[in-house]
Design a protein around this ligand. Structure first.
Ligand code: NAD
Length: 344
């Protein structure tokens, strides 16, 4: 099996490549990645010398580069995206280019080249937000209500993927998953930012009142879900993938991490101005993939966090330089939001 993975130098894509080659050592993977600020080939040093792994630097919005990389490929697993909500609030343009146009370019090439499976990685953020108090969860039938430029661009991409199935018969599948965490996640994202701050002796920033609720999925559990959908999923179907525990607030999550570090919460938490349009609650109902394909998350949030903290503690070389750039970005963002609050 020859698989083209887009965005394989990013967080989930690189975890997926290592996972796949470990479990399917005879397969061949081509990692097609533009290496934006979020892509890092160091994520793949364990497999870099494998004859079953090849890296191609390229842009999914470029039809010639895409076509060349996709020739002779059996499956496409599409991770490449601009993925950071805060960046989409600063400038949505590249989100439209990469997430919408890039997905379209890939779909068109996949159709022309007769690719046997196009698997698209999407997010639960396309469904919008749930009320804070309540039992409701997102599932495959939930209607789309994206609320940030990021989720709007992912929603548009999802619609194109399904349109290529219904209109042209391209064999597609989609997974809409909740927030991932685990090794090799960029320190701009919430969990690695908290962990790396604590390692460096800095406080944890909490947006608003911290009562935002997220659904956390350990990245290895996500990789197993994608594997099952690829090998046993039904063409044209969408599968929602989420974590074990529900209704953990950002504040509770921060406290769980502080507990792993053995630090006192009153000394290490810092409340910062809220993000505009911040979605209140996400919760994913993963009964379909459980009942049809037998998937369920294996890691509890506590186990996943312990493994993640240990990884960041042992791999400071991987995040130290990136962290400096990230903190400059957040400093600018916080100053802008503070001045917006003052001016309103
Ligand atoms: N991280 C999460 O919690 C999460 C949750 C739900 C869904 N997703 C989705 O999963 C996918 C992967 O997310 P991630 O967190 O690993 O993202 P990431 O930002 O860590 O990695 C994205 C990768 O895509 C590459 N890329 C960006 N633009 C490209 C382009 N034009 N051409 C080729 N490569 C390009 C980057 O270089 C990078 O390697 C995304 O589609 C994202 O929307 C992520």
């Amino acid at each position: 099996m020859k698989i083209l993975v887009t965005g394989g130098a990013g967080f989930i894509g690189s975890n997926f490549i290592r996972f796949w080659l470990h479990r399917h050592p005879k397969d061949e993977i081509i990692n097609f990645d533009k290496l934006t600020y979020a892509g890092n080939l160091a994520n793949l040093k364990e497999v870099a010398d494998s004859p079953h792994y090849h890296f191609v630097k390229g842009d999914i919005t470029n039809p010639q580069e895409v076509r060349k990389a996709m020739e002779g490929v059996d499956w496409v697993v599409h991770f490449a995206a601009e993925s950071h909500v805060d960046r989409s609030l600063e400038d949505p343009t590249v989100f439209i280019d990469t997430n919408i146009k890039g997905t379209y370019v890939l779909l068109k090439a996949a159709l022309e080249l007769g690719v046997k499976r196009f698997h698209h990685i999407s997010t639960d953020e396309v469904y919008g937000a749930l009320p804070l108090e309540g039992e409701e969860k997102f599932n495959e039938k939930t209607s789309y209500h994206p609320r940030s430029p990021y989720s709007a661009s992912k929603a548009a991409a999802d619609h194109f993927v399904l349109a290529f199935y219904h209109s042209f018969g391209l064999p597609v599948t989609i997974t809409n998953c909740s927030n991932n965490y685990g090794p090799y996640q960029h320190p701009e994202k919430f969990i690695p930012r908290m962990i790396t701050n604590l390692i460096l002796g800095k406080k944890i920033p909490i947006y608003g009142d911290g009562r935002y609720v997220r659904d956390w999925l350990y990245v290895e559990d996500h990789c197993r879900a994608i594997e099952l959908v690829l090998t046993e999923g039904k063409i044209g179907e969408v599968y929602c993938v989420g974590g074990k525990e529900k209704d953990v607030t950002n504040l509770q999550l921060a406290k769980m991490i502080l507990k792993i570090f053995g630090r006192k919460e009153e000394e290490w938490l810092e409340f910062v101005p809220d993000r505009p349009g911040h979605d209140r609650r996400y919760a994913v109902d993963w009964r379909k993939i459980n009942q049809e394909l037998g998937w369920q998350p294996q890691y509890s949030l506590e186990e996943g966090l312990q493994k993640t903290v240990a990884w960041y503690q042992e791999n400071e070389w991987w995040w130290r330089d990136t962290k400096k750039e990230t903190e400059k970005f957040y400093q600018r963002l916080t100053e802008r939001r503070k001045s917006n609050v003052k001016n309103n």
